[in-house]
Write a protein that binds this ligand. Structure first.
Ligand code: AMP
Length: 248
């Protein structure tokens, strides 16, 4: 079984994101970038399948600037076998990503694509679903647990108020949720080994995909600042304050 894992380079989740002064987007210059956390979970799941002898090859693919090769290297250090970098500068929307991933799937013929459920920068939660639709494949989104079962993937999904288990015939797309696993830290020897693993470089034009954005961002703004709290002496005063604020 061959696995394809798309990994996106995003602002590190620990960074306090700042909106640009002209409100056209967020500051990315001199900001720490890392692999999207849900994609780390996807790489971990794929590598575990390989370690269990259920997968034969794990390919990490990233679409983005030249520095996205660092994100691929992280996936290689975690245990992926090789990488594909599709160089695109500037913003790229989920539909264009899904079209490029479809082209990679057509060329590589994996049995499963494991994406994150969402990228923490755009919070789109669209790419995996769009890819499944473009491929005409089944999909199991928000995966909490995965078991392979005779040519099908048994995917337990996180849904409102509980868990749902679906059986999806391969080839299929799965998107990872937070509790699927705990991604490993790459060890130093594995980081060194990853330097020797191959990363193929491509462009969107190589796949004949037009990545021109279809949406234009009107404005990006900070959430309103929270006003400070006040101390009250009695429950009656507290209730009066709530009534004043229209909360009761
Ligand atoms: P989104 O639909 O943008 O929230 O992203 C969902 C998932 O699609 C991510 O967790 C990644 O697995 C994948 N993805 C989105 N954009 C990219 C990208 N530029 N390169 C690689 N994978 C991506």
């Amino acid at each position: 079984m061959k696995l394809l894992v798309p990994v996106k380079r995003v602002i590190d989740f620990n960074v306090k994101v700042r909106v640009k002064a002209d409100q056209t987007g967020v500051e990315t210059a001199n900001v720490k970038m890392s692999m999207n956390p849900f994609d780390e979970i996807a790489v971990e799941e794929a590598v575990r399948l390989k370690e269990q002898g259920k997968a034969t090859e794990v390919i990490a693919v990233s679409i983005g600037p030249a520095q996205a090769s660092e994100t691929i290297r992280t996936a290689l250090a975690m245990g992926a076998d090789r990488g594909i970098l599709i160089k695109v500068d500037g913003e790229i929307e989920p539909l264009a990503v899904a079209k490029l991933l479809k082209a990679v799937v057509d060329a590589e013929k994996p049995d499963m694509v494991i994406t994150g459920k969402q990228a923490i920068d755009d919070d789109a939660n669209q790419t995996g679903q769009m890819l499944a639709a473009l491929l005409g494949w089944g999909q199991g989104t928000f995966a909490h647990k995965l078991e392979m079962n005779d040519g099908a993937a048994l995917i337990t999904r996180e849904i409102d108020g509980g868990l749902q288990t679906v059986s999806v015939k391969l080839p299929a797309v799965m998107t990872t949720d937070l509790r699927l696993n705990e991604p490993r830290y790459a060890s130093l020897p594995n980081i060194m080994k990853a330097k020797k693993k191959p990363i193929e470089e491509k462009s969107a034009a190589d796949y004949g995909v037009d990545v021109t954005p279809r949406l234009s961002v009107v404005k990006v703004s900070e959430p309103p600042r929270r006003s400070g709290g006040v101390k009250v002496k009695t429950v009656t005063e507290f209730l009066d304050k709530l009534a004043e604020a229209g909360a009761i």
